[in-house]
Write a protein of this length. Structure first.
Length: 210
């Protein structure tokens, strides 16, 4: 069998070196987001900006100012800031040292889901079924419209990890919003107006108390 020429051997060595450089180093931080977001894993009450960097990698965690309603902003740690499908914003009780999460919220184009399977785009009726009973939420027509207020001791009232689940709903294009676009009033999910509108989940938020 003829021996390969020196030129071929050098080409093969160069290819091997290039593949080695592209391969991830052992123990390198993983940038792929998990499927489920909850008050556990990297998002516990003990989390900090530093622990998020360790969990997701320095390139995937940034400090940005994010809106909290009525024109106000705060400093937050943003995971996957340039990836709309994986973006998560972590707001802090101590926003100077970026530690002790107060709120963990998915981006408005997120593909994350909760442990109960709640995801962006899920209709209100399906969320009510997961809760096992009707729940209370704000009507539409102001900054906090469509936000849940009380799951009424249903299955979604106490997620694991000691936080509170809050969902933000949005109206579907063409839906009948006449009975729910009424400003700062609360409605039950099984009210005639909410049943007719059947809004969908737009954002998932996990809240920690002080």
């Amino acid at each position: 069998m003829p021996r390969p020429s020196a030129r071929i051997v050098l080409a093969l060595l160069a290819l091997a070196v290039s593949w080695t450089a592209l391969a991830p180093a052992a123990g390198a931080a993983q940038s792929k987001a998990p499927d489920v977001v909850g008050c556990n894993g990297p998002f516990t009450r003990a989390a900090s900006h530093a622990s998020l960097v360790k969990a997701f990698g320095k390139r995937n965690v940034a400090v940005e100012r994010v809106g909290i309603g009525e024109g106000e902003t705060v400093r937050a740690s943003v995971i996957f800031p340039r990836d709309k499908a994986r973006r998560i914003e972590v707001l802090w009780i101590d926003d100077r040292r970026l530690r002790k999460p107060s709120e963990i919220r998915t981006g408005v184009a997120s593909q994350w889901r909760t442990a109960h399977g709640i995801r962006r785009g899920m209709p209100l009726r399906e969320v009510e079924a997961l809760n096992g009973r009707p729940f209370e939420l704000w009507a539409f027509g102001f900054d906090y419209g469509g936000t849940t207020l009380d799951f009424k001791d249903g299955a979604l009232a106490q997620p694991a990890g000691g936080c509170t689940l809050t969902l933000r709903f949005t109206m579907r294009d063409g839906a009948d919003n006449a009975g729910v676009h009424i400003g700062e009033q609360s409605l039950m999910s099984d009210s005639d107006a909410m049943r007719k509108a059947n809004p969908v989940v737009d954002q998932v938020m996990l809240m920690f108390g002080e």
